[in-house]
Design a binder for this molecule. Sequence first.
Ligand SMILES: Cc1ncc(COP(=O)(O)O)c(C=O)c1O
Length: 385
Amino acid sequence: MKTFDVYKLWPIEPIRAKGTRVWDIDNNEYLDFYGGHAVISVGHCHPVYNKMISTQLEMLSFYSNSVLNSLQTELSERLGRVSDYPDYSLFLSNSGAEANENAIKLASFYTGKSRVLSFKGAFHGRTSGAVAMTDNPSIVSPFNSFHHVTFATMNDIEGVKAELSKGDYAAVIIEGIQGVAGIYTPDTMFMKALRSLTTEMGVVLIVDEVQSGYARTGKFFAHQHSGIKADIVTTAKGMGNGFPIGGTLISPIFKAVPGMLGSTFGGSHLACAAAIAVLKIIEDEGLMERARVNGYFLKQELNKIRMKYSGVISDIRGEGLMVGIEMVGEFTKTRDMLLFNERVFTGGAKSNIIRLLPPLTVTEIDITDFTQRFEKCIINILESN
Ligand SMILES: Cc1ncc(COP(=O)(O)O)c(C=O)c1O
């Protein structure tokens, strides 16, 4: 058997990593400004994280969700406190898509309705409902296309109002910051208006914080910059620092009924140990504040480069350590040059946006290292003309 080839692969094989650095099979060192799709939150192979997982592994890695598991209680309490959602409940699953499926299911059970309002450019995952709420027809199969989903324009509150007025909506789902689309933050006024409107119309507001959450933007969840509270928040990626785990944070308005949600693997002992370790490190090392301060420094340094070279960068956006750099014309080559010439991992969006999602442990030295390598690529392109 061979693998089912659905991924576009770089010809690089990482075999070990530490903090913000990754080494390939030939012992080449890479600077990681992507964290494997925003997953590495507390840095690669953090000693506290490794220790807590290995200690748990020696005791019990898994049983089932039909017995008591105090690690789930500990994780829920800690996450509630750190995220400032202490009165919400936590349902544990294994991925971002699953966290979103469960969110939609709850909204639909609660309202008795099936239509969802999503947004143009949205990405919510690849399972049935999640992919239907994703604005990319090329990954929606005919089987997934029967869900009732409408796509609105972000920041157009009148358009949202017109849709919700039709009266058949269970939920509105929005990313805290659109990631896969290329780092687009909804306006604060729009988020506030969306909160008021959904409350007024009895529609559940779900904020997908799978990519933008977990202290990455300087708040625990990106939507908290707008000062609003969602009815349901979904999370995954940085939650386990590489150990698969997803979480659905659920408002007290929803009553749990035995059997309404479920998962074999969700909330396993090992997954909880990983997630507790992540929260402990975020708190102990002040990573939320560090993401805010270092994110500001990163954008400042990038803006200096933008000002220095005209016609190279058309926009720099995002919050904290979730940053998008929009490149112009031939400078779209910069991302490939960063990887192959400078050995820096970054992410992409469309063909011209570089997405930066480094571990939250990144330092000013790492950032300066990154911006120097980034500038070197730009100089190389300019000199080759
Ligand atoms: C905002 C958002 N939601 C959901 C997902 C899906 O997460 P997963 O791949 O863990 O299912 C992603 C993945 O990129 C994402 O960025």
